[in-house]
Design a protein around this ligand. Structure first.
Ligand SMILES: NC(=O)c1ccc[n+]([C@@H]2O[C@H](COP(=O)([O-])OP(=O)(O)OC[C@H]3O[C@@H](n4cnc5c(N)ncnc54)[C@H](OP(=O)(O)O)[C@@H]3O)[C@@H](O)[C@H]2O)c1
Length: 272
């Protein structure tokens, strides 16, 4: 199976690494193109993949192509290409809908929201497929994504909120952890920030492993940690006062950003 990847930024490079690391795809089955050639050359130093000279050349030789450019770059790019109808076009762009993709490609299209943690073969890739997809194309996509983590099929109307739980989450969690570590050091300046960060990372790994291996609910883990009348209880009380409002605002603001992006994409598509 030949797989194309157009756009080798953070997520395009992650897909190359994850597909190769998982063994889902042999490097020589990958055909890549990036606007700036250097990124492709750097990847080629590690993986024996094919570098195409143009995005069109990628589309001419693959069964499925992952387009990993930014949301406002994808439709203008796809409009310049003559993509064979049999080629399955997969967009990873937040805010670009299946209908948008169907307006620029006559064949099968899908929307995938990957996550950077798939470079460790962990995390959730969200996917939504167009009705044009054959069952073989859908199974192929699901199989590829399940090799690099959990492949979660999802209705398009749920994908934006789910993106915040899966794809944005590694960045958001890193932001939360940094704030957690900084607060610890403000409280106790003798504590080194590096050690505070390391302790949090190890604790996060331990927490995730415990939740998963013992199939604990969050409430069960809380009960195990928070000794009645103890210290954690006090921390949870503070979180209960501040976090719901903060998370509601986070979901509201990221939804507004999605809406803004979609408006820009629709405007762009109607003027192209
Ligand atoms: N980062 C994430 O965690 C994540 C998760 C899920 C979905 N996404 C989606 O993935 C997409 C890419 O995000 P990113 O974070 O990877 O962005 P990025 O690091 O800026 O990568 C974008 C890449 O696209 C390349 N590019 C732009 N126009 C091109 C063209 N016409 N032909 C070939 N290559 C082109 C750029 O090349 P240059 O080297 O020339 O700039 C750059 O390497 C976005 O649509 C985003 O919504 C990202």
């Amino acid at each position: 199976m030949n797989i194309g990847i157009i756009g080798l930024g953070s997520i395009g490079q992650m897909l190359v690494k994850a597909f190769c690391k998982s063994g889902a795809v042999a490097p020589e089955e990958l055909v890549v193109f990036n606007r700036t050639r250097e990124k492709a050359d750097n990847l080629r130093a590690a993986y024996d993949l094919k570098i195409a000279d143009t995005a069109q050349a990628v589309c001419n030789q693959v069964d499925i192509v992952f387009v990993c450019t930014k949301p406002l770059e994808i439709l203008p790019l796809l409009r310049t290409l003559s993509i064979p109808a049999k080629t399955h076009v997969v967009s990873v762009a937040a805010g670009v809908s299946i209908a948008d993709l169907e307006s620029v490609h006559t064949g099968s299209v899908s929307k995938v929201i990957p996550t950077v943690t798939s470079s460790e073969l962990r995390g959730v890739s969200l996917f939504a497929c167009s009705e044009r997809l054959s069952s073989e194309q859908r199974e192929q996509l699901k199989w590829l994504l399940s090799r690099i983590g959990v492949a979660q099929e999802i209705a398009e109307e749920e994908i934006e909120t789910a993106t915040i739980l899966t794809s944005s989450a590694p960045g958001l969690i890193a932001g939360i952890l940094e704030s957690y570590a900084q607060a610890a050091v403000r409280k106790t300046p003798a504590l080194s920030i590096e050690i505070a960060r390391e302790m949090l990372v190890e604790t996060m790994l331990g927490t995730a492993t415990l939740l998963q291996n013992e199939k604990l609910g969050f409430d069960q883990l809380i009960e195990r940690v928070a000794t009645k009348g103890g210290i954690t209880e006090e921390g949870l009380r503070v979180l209960g006062k501040t976090l719901p409002k903060g998370f509601d605002e986070l979901f509201d603001m990221t939804a507004s950003k999605h809406d803004m992006l979609k408006q820009m994409i629709h405007k762009q598509n109607s003027t192209l």
